[in-house]
Design a protein around this ligand. Structure first.
Ligand code: FES
Ligand SMILES: [Fe+2]
Length: 391
């Protein structure tokens, strides 16, 4: 006898920490800005997992501090004021903070003030590599974790279909970031969801490459889902050697159009929400995506293409191809804009958290469920909602 809708619903107990993670998971590294977005002596304000952070570049180095002035709570980045290379000042009454320590080291309006030296703004660990700036979001006393633990695995140098790793010296990273509607969990779930790929069947990217990208896949058994939870990074992927590709649904008259097989196309998803698509959008490229929570209803969608470039000419050629082809054809209207549409469309159903109870999952959603379990079992902490509103 078929299960009724209510019977098919899963108990939510195991999922509770995931439901609680509306504002993100903490004690992880997240991308903050592209390097070119913060020039020398510039200050940029961002919001990550509800926390306001000011990024300032001085003498080439990036510093990250709490963006909320200790005095009256205004955003320092609202009117950036930097009077020396080693400080940032609040534009309102001149509280001035040491960039390195966050200590209140002067007040423009009260030079001898007894408060000086007594209080500090919070600072954040930062790493800048290959044109991207990462910040570590979490508890101030949490032991520093290597950035490598929060990035997809580095594949072996001798793997024949190897694509570029973000931290390698000869890797070039080019991409975009944009704030999108939808809680970060919906975005992360949509990234590697094997049940959704039919939405891309008419995309310009697939049609222009005659790519034999399936409507869907059949998971042969539970071993088709690869859980990488030994050590770090921790991720989840599909064993493509065990999958059956579904190219059409005859009854409904739906099919996929291409027939070229792309070697080495693998999709894996890692904590804290970073997707690695190998040999995509073309052979020899990799697409990395991050779904960085800003508040509880939006995420910053990072889309970055990576390529190994050993010479200046290769770097230049990749830039020309990126600017004139891949950004639009792969990252925007030719493919990924469909994903943005789908996430925004899910948000109302989940926004009061009832969606987790009311959703009706099908067999391919086992992958999504395993991702949720990975978060529940291995996230280093659940971000709590911000205490104060700032604007
Ligand atoms: S609000 Fe920042 S110094 Fe007064
Ligand atoms: Fe997609």
């Amino acid at each position: 006898m078929a299960a009724s809708k209510s019977e098919s619903r899963k108990p939510l107990k195991f999922l509770q920490p995931y439901i609680d993670a509306r504002w993100g998971i903490k004690n992880h590294w997240y991308p903050a800005l592209f390097s070119h977005e913060v020039g020398e002596d510039e200050v940029k304000g961002i919001q990550v997992a509800g926390e306001h952070i000011a990024l300032r570049r001085a003498n080439g180095r990036i510093y990250a501090l709490q963006d909320v002035c200790l005095h009256r709570g205004v955003l320092l980045s609202a009117r950036p004021t930097c009077l020396t290379k080693d400080t940032i000042s609040c534009w309102y009454h001149g509280f001035t903070y040491d960039l390195e320590s966050g200590d209140l080291c002067d007040i423009i309006a009260s030079q001898e003030d007894p408060l000086i030296g007594k209080v500090s703004l919070r600072t954040y660990p930062v790493r800048e590599v290959n044109g991207m700036i990462f910040v570590f979001i979490g508890d101030e006393d949490y032991p520093r974790q290597p950035l490598e633990h929060d990035l997809p695995h580095r594949v072996a140098d001798d793997y024949e279909h190897r694509t570029a790793y973000p931290l390698d010296e000869d890797t070039v990273l080019l991409g975009i970031r944009r704030e999108c509607v939808g809680n970060w969990r919906l975005a992360a779930e949509s990234g590697a969801d094997p049940g959704h790929v039919m939405i891309h069947r008419l995309s310009a990217l697939l049609l222009s490459q005659n790519l034999g990208f399936p409507l869907s896949v059949k998971l042969k058994d539970k071993d088709s889902i690869l859980i990488k939870d030994e050590g770090w990074p921790k991720g989840i992927g599909l064993d493509y050697t065990t999958l059956e590709h579904v190219m059409e649904n005859k009854r409904l008259g739906v099919k996929t159009y291409g027939n070229t097989v792309r070697e080495g196309l693998n999709v894996t998803m890692y904590l804290p929400g970073v997707l690695y698509v190998e040999n995509w959008p073309d052979y020899g490229l990799a697409q990395y995506e991050w779904y960085v929570p800003t508040d509880d209803k939006h995420h910053v969608y990072w889309q970055v293409l990576a390529k190994t470039c050993k010479t200046a000419e290769e770097r230049q050629d990749f830039k020309v191809q990126y600017d004139n082809c891949w950004e639009e054809l792969a990252l925007k209207s030719g493919f990924n804009d469909d994903d943005i549409f789908a996430r925004a469309a899910m948000e109302p159903f989940y926004e009061d958290e009832r969606g987790w109870e009311e959703e009706t999952l099908f067999s391919l959603d086992q992958f999504v469920v395993e991702w949720r379990k990975l978060v529940v079992n291995h996230a280093r902490g659940i971000q709590t909602p911000p205490k104060q509103k700032t604007g």
